[in-house]
Design a protein around this ligand. Structure first.
Ligand SMILES: *Cc1c(COP(=O)(O)O)cnc(C)c1O
Length: 355
């Protein structure tokens, strides 16, 4: 705290990202990164971008990347907005489209960055509790609001929402922007992208951090009606005209274009997730049905925090949230088969030593 800080800075409660350990001999199952390397074609494109052309500013609009995304999803480039990670895209969305007189609605259990953006931009919000099965019930959103946002599949539960429910939500809230944060959609959920041309109030956000193994490159994007995209461009051009450097634009474009590699690693992660779920259930865990690259699980006899600490002593990091309703759950990122096996082995040893 300092006398030099603005009133706003004094009031902020920043987001705390999952730990990035300095030591390399850790199995990292705590931040939902992809255990597989990025597409070789993407790495090649990033290498090729490292040339004397870096002397010049990049294309402020990242047109190359927008065209690839538009082609991939059968949209037009004017329906795409790209940014420095989907966190930055989300920040612009909160400021440009979700700040109104009525409160913004989002689930009590969801991405913990949402309330942080509300604090930064002075947005009034209301938490809508998930039902007892940790599912989103869209009827709970039938109330005055200045916008709606949630991840699908939700985080940290991993539970997906049916496309029919999203469509009803869009119809019930024609004067609000509905933002679907699809950070984990490629691991088995059903994307809302096909609804974009029908609903001008729908904005879909995706990232290359999870399913395309590029968390370190920082590229995310939003898709929706050109009027919504224009609002985001206005905020971007009032903040930072060049959010993506040339290596990021070129690496991301190559990653989007390498569909074969992408589908292969997603399928591998889904297969490992299904095996991991069964193994956790055999150990007595209750595992929520996940459509993401992580599982959310609790054990009726062992405290999550105790298990997380014991795993850490065995050089395995998982995520535990000290929050109401989910305090006894562990969020475990799906690693490679080998990492997953080692995790289950350690957990088996820990539980048997506690019995
Ligand atoms: C990981 C994540 C993001 C942010 O992804 P970046 O593109 O790396 O900033 C956004 N929303 C949810 C729900 C996430 O889990």
């Amino acid at each position: 705290m300092s006398q030099y800080w603005s009133k706003l800075v004094h009031s902020l409660t920043p987001y705390v990202p999952g730990e990035q350990p300095k030591s390399k001999n850790m199995i990292k199952l705590n931040t939902n990164e992809n255990p597989y390397p990025p597409s070789p074609k993407s790495l090649q494109a990033i290498h090729e971008a490292a040339n004397e052309g870096l002397r010049l500013y990049p294309d402020p609009n990242s047109d190359l990347l927008k065209q690839s995304i538009a082609h991939y999803y059968t949209l037009e480039a004017k329906q795409i907005f790209v940014g420095n990670g989907s966190d930055e895209v989300l920040a612009h969305i909160f400021q440009a489209l979700l700040k109104h007189d009525a409160p913004l609605l989002f689930p009590d259990i969801s991405y913990s960055f949402y309330p942080v953006y509300c604090g930064l931009y002075g947005i009034d919000y209301k938490n809508i509790p998930l039902n007892n099965n940790f599912e989103i019930d869209i009827n709970d959103y039938n109330q005055a609001n200045g916008g709606i946002i949630f991840p699908n599949p939700n985080a940290p539960t991993g539970i997906g929402l049916a496309l029919e429910s999203i469509e009803i939500l869009l119809q019930q809230n024609p004067s609000s922007v509905v933002v679907i944060d699809e950070a984990y959609i490629d691991f088995g959920g059903v994307s809302a992208v096909p609804l974009i041309n029908t609903y001008p109030n729908l904005l879909v956000v995706q990232t290359l951090s999870k399913s395309r193994s590029l968390a370190g490159l920082r590229v995310g994007f939003a898709m929706g009606h050109p009027d919504l995209i224009q609002a985001l461009v206005r905020v971007k051009d009032s903040f930072n005209s060049y959010p993506l450097g040339k290596p990021a634009t070129q690496g991301a474009t190559a990653a989007i274009n390498d569909k074969t590699y992408f589908l292969d690693i997603c399928a591998r992660i889904i297969a490992t997730r299904e095996k991991l779920t069964l193994q956790l259930e055999e150990l007595g865990f209750e595992v929520l049905p996940s459509q993401a690259n992580f599982v959310f699980a609790q054990h009726p006899k062992h405290r999550a925090l105790t298990l997380a600490q014991a795993l850490r002593d065995n050089h395995i990091i998982v995520r535990h949230f000290k929050a109401a309703r989910i305090d006894n759950y562990l969020r475990i990122t799906v690693g490679t088969d080998a990492e997953s096996e080692q995790f289950i082995q350690s957990l088996t040893d820990i539980i048997s030593s506690m019995a």
